[in-house]
Structure formats: structure tokens, C-alpha cells
Design a protein around this ligand. Structure first.
Ligand code: HMG
Ligand code: MG
Length: 298
């Protein structure tokens, strides 16, 4: 039986997941993007990443971006892979941390240079710091539906890592289809397993659209009651450590899907689409969102 949520919370990751894998834009362009996203009604915006600038130079100005924002009603989050990142994010004014590991050992090594177990150990410092400063922490698990190095991923591995992150104190797990290989059947099977152990309020989906399945996969997740969806305006982005992975599902397309299903989202689609055109102009490209392109042609 379908249990569509009444309301969906969209976590906008374009300014981080999107821009981390595009050619660098200016700090002012990033600030303008985040302000435009907030003006469109987004309340959860991942604004940057406090990672090594040698690894991801596009995120090197995250502290400057966040310091330039004045959005008291928006939950601004950022990636914080270690204590150093957490301290810098806190100093910049970040209200929510995101830690990230994977269900695939090889991807974890390539992405954050340690094993899954080591990543969990490393996160205990971040969690302690977050607790002391009353900061919520979100946990990402990458490669939940496939890995660029290991191919198939056992759903039990996803369950294992998700439970570890929840036990550490994450309030939510975002399930990453990092390379966008999942299909609706796989999503349904994975979530059916996870939902036997984890409450649906603690799960979010984070689907990249490499094989054009993200929206269908989100529909499958909504159908099982998942009510938090990550998306990137204009379908920006990818992952530097997952060759060939395309951007996240476009936020505009998710909003249009939700509208059609009668699910509340509180986002102004036209303003969102305008935000996508604005940042893609700075990047010298067009949105990959079909909804955005259709709205522009009207
Ligand atoms: P490491 O090399 O193993 O660690 O990096 P280290 O502690 O030995 O540090 C090495 C250098 O990095 C040192 O500088 C540190 O100071 C510096 P050096 O002495 O060489 O000049 N450093 C830092 N600098 C700034 N901020 C920090 C920081 N930490 C160390 N926080 C580390 C470990 C995790 C830092 C590194 O591997 C890294 O930054 N990786 C980046 C990973 C990344 O950002 N990947 C993309 C995001 S994840 C993603 O997109 C997936 C997701 O969207 C979900 C999905 O789609 O599946 C979330
Ligand atoms: Mg991602």
C-alpha cells in the first residue's frame, strides 16, 4: 500500500554537491545562488564543504560564502569530514554538520582516504564537538545502489553503515546513489530492508541522475513514505571521486513531481527555476532540468 508523505522537505545541495564538480564560480556567485534559493522558499540548504582545498578546490571559499550570508530562517549545513572541518564550519556560522562515508570500502578510500571503520572513528570527534555546540549532524552514506569500483553493493552493508551513523548521533541518514545507477526496484528493495530497522523519519534520499532514473527512484521512495529528498537546482554537479557521475536530480523536477502528487513543499517553482538559470549563466551552461527548460520556453 502506498504511503506518500503529506509534506516533503527538500535539502538543496546545489551549492555544495553541484558546485563541487563544476568549474569554479566566484564567491559572489555562490552567495547570490544561496540567497536566490532561500528566496524561492528552500529552508534546508547545504552551503559548502570544509574539506581539504587540495582535494576539492571548488569548495575552498566555503567560509567566505557562509560568512557573507544572513539567512536566520534557513538551516545552512556543510560537509565536515573531520574535527578541523567541524571547527571551521562552526566558526563560519554553520548550524548543521554533514559527515560522509560509504557502503563501499573502495569508494570510502578514494573519497576520504580511509576505511569505513576509520571514518566512523574519525567522526566521533566531530560528533563530540557538535554535541558541545548544540549542532545537528546529518550522515551521508554513499554508493547505496552501486559503486564505481565495486559495482554491486550489498543492502546489508548500507544497513550496517547507516545504523553505525545513527548510533553515533546523526539525526538523519541521507542515502546516496552517488553514480546514479539505481532503479526503482532496487530502491524499493533497499528501503524495504532499511525500514525494518530504521524509522522513515530518519531516512533521506540523495539520488544522482546519471542514468536518468533519479525522479523515478524518488517516486519509489516517496511511495514508501520517505519525506526528505536531496536535490540540486538545475541538476548541477556530480562527485569528483566517482568518474562519470552526473549531477543530482534537479530540484525543479522534484518540485514539479511533488506538485503533481499533491504533496506540500512550500517552494516557488518559478523563483527556483530563475535561481537555476542565474547560476548556470555564471557557469556558461544551461540547467539540465527539463521543467526549468520548459518553463523558460513558455
Ligand atoms: P587526508 O589527506 O587523509 O587527511 O584527508 P590529513 O588529515 O592527512 O590532511 C591532509 C591535508 O588536508 C593537510 O594539509 C590538512 O591540513 C588538510 P597539508 O598539511 O597537506 O597542507 N585538511 C583539511 N583542510 C581543510 N579542511 C579540512 C581538512 N582536513 C584535512 N577539513 C580528508 C582527509 C577527508 C580531509 C580529505 O580526504 C578530503 O578533504 N576529501 C574530500 C572529499 C570530498 O569532499 N568529496 C566530495 C564530497 S562527498 C560526495 O560528494 C558524496 C555525497 O554527495 C553523497 C553521495 O552522492 O553519495 C555527500
Ligand atoms: Mg552527492
Amino acid at each position: 500500500m502506498s504511503v506518500f508523505p503529506q509534506k516533503v522537505r527538500i535539502v538543496e545541495v546545489g551549492a555544495r554537491d553541484g558546485l563541487q564538480n563544476e568549474k569554479a564560480v566566484t564567491t559572489a556567485d555562490k552567495v547570490a545562488l544561496i540567497n536566490a534559493l532561500a528566496a524561492a522558499g528552500l529552508k534546508d540548504i547545504e552551503a559548502g564543504a570544509f574539506v581539504s582545498p587540495k582535494w576539492v578546490p571548488q569548495m575552498a571559499d566555503s567560509a567566505d560564502v557562509i560568512s557573507a550570508l544572513n539567512l536566520p530562517d534557513v538551516n545552512l549545513s556543510a560537509l565536515t569530514p573531520n574535527l578541523k572541518g567541524a571547527q571551521a564550519a562552526h566558526a563560519a556560522g554553520i548550524k548543521e554538520f554533514a559527515i560522509f562515508t560509504a557502503a563501499s570500502e573502495s569508494f570510502c578510500q578514494k573519497n576520504i582516504n580511509c576505511s569505513i571503520e576509520q571514518s566512523i572513528e574519525r567522526f566521533s570527534d566531530v560528533m563530540e564537538f557538535a554535541k558541545a555546540h548544540n549542532i545537528k549532524v546529518r550522515g551521508y552514506v554513499s554508493c547505496v545502489l552501486g559503486c564505481p569500483y565495486e559495482d554491486e553493493i550489498d543492502p546489508q552493508a548500507v544497513l550496517y553503515v547507516s545504523q553505525k551513523l545513527l548510533a553515533l548521533g546523526c539525526y538523519e541518514i541521507s542515502l546516496g546513489d552517488t553514480i546514479g545507477v539505481g532503479t526503482a526496484k532496487k530502491v524499493t528493495e533497499l528501503l524495504t530492508l532499511l525500514l525494518q530497522h530504521i524509522d522513515k523519519s530518519q531516512l533521506a534520499v540523495h539520488f544522482h541522475d546519471t542514468y536518468g532514473q533519479a525522479l523515478t527512484n524518488i517516486y519509489a521512495a516517496l511511495n514508501l513514505g520517505i519525506a526528505t529528498v536531496d536535490a540540486a537546482v538545475a541538476g548541477l554537479g556530480g562527485c569528483p571521486y566517482a568518474k562519470g557521475a552526473s549531477g543530482n536530480v534537479a530540484t525543479e523536477d522534484v518540485v514539479y513531481l511533488l506538485q503533481g502528487l499533491g504533496i506540500e513543499h512550500a517552494i516557488d517553482l518559478q523563483r527556483l527555476s530563475d535561481a537555476g538559470w542565474q547560476i548556470t549563466k555564471a557557469l556558461g551552461k544551461q540547467p539540465v532540468s527539463k521543467v526549468s527548460i520548459a518553463l523558460q520556453a513558455k
